[in-house]
Design a protein around this ligand. Structure first.
Ligand code: NAG
Length: 123
């Protein structure tokens, strides 16, 4: 989500985040502009897990990034955009793993035999 402001329906939003935390879903919020983004930091839940009416989010599913932190004053747009992309996606691997672990989904074992030697034998 890209937003230029604070959340006006924080109570419902937190409930929706808590609800969504049991789904294979991540929410990335990029805050654009000079607004106060304290509510977004709260949704990000890196310090305190998001909760709603006593229900705790099952896992962290929100990543918040303020765009203004990536507006480069030195003019090196490329570097700061790469950093933005990296930070925006930073929590996705752990968020995916936390869902898989919570559902007992194990990675498949690596294929022990590459099909390539078999192919070469017939060539
Ligand atoms: C969250 O889930 C509860 C229980 O299923 C539902 O009643 C409620 O409407 C949901 N809230 C939001 C904001 O989606």
């Amino acid at each position: 989500m890209i937003t230029d402001g604070v959340i006006s329906d924080m109570v419902q939003t937190k409930e929706a985040v808590v609800n969504a935390s049991s789904l294979p879903l991540s929410i990335i919020i990029v805050g654009v502009g000079p607004a106060e983004f304290d509510a977004m930091e709260e949704l990000d839940g890196d310090e305190v897990r998001v909760s709603s009416r006593g229900r705790l989010a099952e896992r962290d599913i929100v990543q918040f990034v303020p765009f203004r932190d990536y507006v480069d004053r030195s003019g090196n747009q490329v570097l700061s955009m790469a950093r933005l992309a990296k930070d925006v996606l930073a929590e996705i691997p752990d968020q995916l793993l936390s869902f898989m672990k919570s559902r007992g989904v194990e990675p498949r074992p690596a294929l022990s035999n590459s099909p390539l030697p078999e192919l070469h034998r017939h060539i």
